[in-house]
Design a protein around this ligand. Structure first.
Ligand code: F6R
Length: 264
């Protein structure tokens, strides 16, 4: 795991956006894995600006979102498809047919999960996957106890996640308790994974993910198995890490090495 600790949440967004822009420069046909929630919003704003300034193009890219509420149609304002249209897709040059979000209103959701896995395979696999982190250590909607090799499937949300996400729903509005989510195995198959976490309320989960044991009790700890996982944190989210000075030291060494290599 590469652990990058930056002063503010804005720095985290900028670092994440740069990774996506570099990926698209390297390969305009990249397959990108995307997330919803509060954390990626600033990153998406930066990607929109970059696209409008023609610094980057999504015209040849494909995207797959991590998850969707089961029972919400694409045009429901709380659906993750709607979120992605509002916060990214409508403002960039991506082809609508190249964006995929699990179908929360599929007549046969079990078959839809299988098809989603197949769609990812048919696209050649995900090159760069963006992740947020739940306070309980979830990634996508893989809640604690999720199989570490799980694939896209229907998952029940924990009461903690339902409570955390209640802020997006009106009082009395129907809030689904089920989701379709890429599995942990699906996420681990991505070529590169970048997880962003900001704020004090993520500090415990960050510590469990990086310094805790590999365990289904903290699904994000599965990233310890990934060969190219980058965790980008602000100071608040990194605050509970025991070996924080060591992680800063490694990053300084990495940066120095990079400088030397680019000078040669
Ligand atoms: C959403 C997703 C979730 C969120 C996580 C953090 O697509 O995959 O795992 O990333 O719940 O949410 P925020 O960013 O709202 O704190």
């Amino acid at each position: 795991m590469q652990i990058v600790i930056l002063p503010t949440a804005d720095d985290v967004a900028e670092y994440g956006a740069t990774l996506f822009i570099r990926q698209l420069h390297k390969n305009p046909h990249s397959v990108l894995g995307l997330a919803t929630g509060s954390t990626p919003l600033a990153l998406y704003r930066l990607l929109i600006i970059a696209c409008q300034q023609k610094t980057v193009s999504f015209a040849k890219a494909k995207t797959f979102n991590l998850d969707e509420y089961l029972g919400l149609a694409a045009d429901h304002p709380q659906s993750y498809r709607y979120f992605m249209q509002q916060h990214l897709f409508n403002a960039i040059d991506i082809l609508p047919s190249n964006t995929a979000v699990p179908d929360g209103s599929a007549a046969d959701p079990v078959a839809a999960c299988k098809q989603y896995e197949q769609q990812i395979v048919d696209a050649g696999g995900i090159d760069l996957q963006l992740l947020g982190l739940g306070r309980n250590g979830h990634i996508g909607f893989n809640e604690p106890s999720s199989g570490l090799r799980s694939r896209t499937r229907i998952k029940t949300l924990t009461p903690a996640t339902i409570a955390d996400n209640a802020r997006f729903f009106e009082q009395g509005e129907y809030q689904p308790h089920l989701s379709i989510t890429m599995g942990i195995g699906t996420i681990l198959d991505a070529g590169k994974v970048v997880l962003l976490a900001t704020g004090t309320n993520k500090a415990k989960a960050v510590k469990a993910m990086i310094e805790g044991p590999l365990t289904a009790a903290c699904p994000a700890s599965a990233l310890q198995l990934h060969q190219q996982a980058i965790v980008v944190l602000d100071e608040a989210a990194a605050a509970e890490l025991t070996d924080i000075e060591f992680y800063r030291h490694i990053e300084r060494e990495n940066q120095a090495l990079l400088k030397r290599l680019t000078r040669q």
